[in-house]
Design a protein around this ligand. Structure first.
Ligand SMILES: NC(=O)c1ccc[n+]([C@@H]2O[C@H](COP(=O)([O-])OP(=O)(O)OC[C@H]3O[C@@H](n4cnc5c(N)ncnc54)[C@H](OP(=O)(O)O)[C@@H]3O)[C@@H](O)[C@H]2O)c1
Length: 279
């Protein structure tokens, strides 16, 4: 049975993954920046007759990450799986995003992933085994208008995961990226709405037209459960030969697949055909 550390487990994919690993009998450290938010997870675990350990870990704080990892090692002696899941979104045109808002996103989504990987790597290298699963996004493959800063953070996760893959491979440590499309979690409610976008931004009308036509994108009407992402995370962790990347959701698979196969010009043309809002 594996010792699993998950970041951002208070809600969404992190909470579901914590429960799923626990159902598989793993020793789960479900970390969150505010452990008072662990009540929901603990009561769901109790109802499912499984055990999870709620521990404090704020990915935006190096000391907090290091202390959490040290605590897991002290208690369980090893870490077999790290799921770097904590993340926040930001919505608004790049011109309207202020430095503090951008910092908050990069601090969590990019530095947070680095801090967690850096903290577990020495233990996994010493074990000569381990799996790091970084939660990226379809937004890490394709950048849409009004999501540029979030996309930049998730493109960074792609790059970091690839470098980590090659760096840790010789030590027997595996690195995987899970790339979900749109799923119903607390993500939308938690995301930052760029302040200046609310203050007479010239982009508002354009954004409304974009949102209205986005419903025509392939997979936009998907209503797959967020559990699917948790299942893929656990599947990747348990696989003898995990894939490098897992696009999850019909939207991610379709749009991510098209973007990969097509030239930039052909992809833009295809998107313009669907998103018939451009002048
Ligand atoms: N939902 C989607 O459609 C979607 C699609 C693609 C990728 N993703 C990615 O999936 C991951 C999980 O998101 P979700 O959809 O499950 O959204 P969510 O329900 O909002 O969960 C995000 C989690 O991250 C935590 N978090 C935020 N900042 C943190 C910090 N500094 N330290 C530790 N934890 C922190 C949140 O904790 P608090 O409760 O304390 O805020 C929350 O537990 C994110 O990386 C997100 O970018 C989501």
């Amino acid at each position: 049975m594996a010792v699993v550390l998950i970041t951002g487990s208070s809600t969404g994919f992190g909470k579901l993954a914590a429960l799923e690993f626990a159902r598989h009998g793993d020793t789960v450290y479900a970390s969150m920046r505010n452990t008072a938010k662990g009540e929901a997870l603990l009561s769901e675990a109790k109802a499912a007759n499984v055990t999870v350990n709620v521990i404090a870990l704020d990915v935006a704080n190096r000391a907090s990450v290091d202390a959490a990892v040290a605590g897991v090692i002290k208690e369980s002696g090893r870490i077999d799986v790290l799921v770097s899941n904590a993340g926040i979104g930001i919505h608004g045109p790049i011109e309207d995003c202020d430095d503090d808002e951008i910092h908050a996103v990069l601090e969590t989504n990019v530095l947070g992933v680095i801090r967690a990987a850096r903290a577990v790597a020495p233990h996994m290298r010493a074990q000569k085994s381990g799996t790091i699963i970084n939660v990226g996004s379809l937004a890490g493959k394709v950048s849409a208008p009004f999501g540029g800063v979030y996309s930049a953070s998730k493109h960074a996760v792609e790059a970091l995961s690839d470098s980590l893959y090659f760096e840790l491979h010789p030590f027997g440590v595996r690195v995987v990226i899970v790339e979900p499309g749109g799923f119903e979690t607390e993500f939308g409610a938690n995301r930052i709405l760029a302040r200046r976008f609310n203050e007479g931004s010239p982009y508002v009308e354009y954004e409304q037209r974009f949102n209205a036509s986005s419903s025509k994108l392939p997979g936009a009407d998907q209503h797959e459960s967020a559990q699917k992402v948790a299942d893929v995370i656990v599947e990747a962790a348990k696989s003898d030969a995990p894939k490098r990347r897992y696009l999850v959701g019909q939207d991610a698979q379709t749009i991510g697949g098209l973007a990969k196969q097509m030239s930039d010009e052909d992809f833009e043309k295809a998107m313009r055909t669907v998103l018939d809002f451009w002048d």
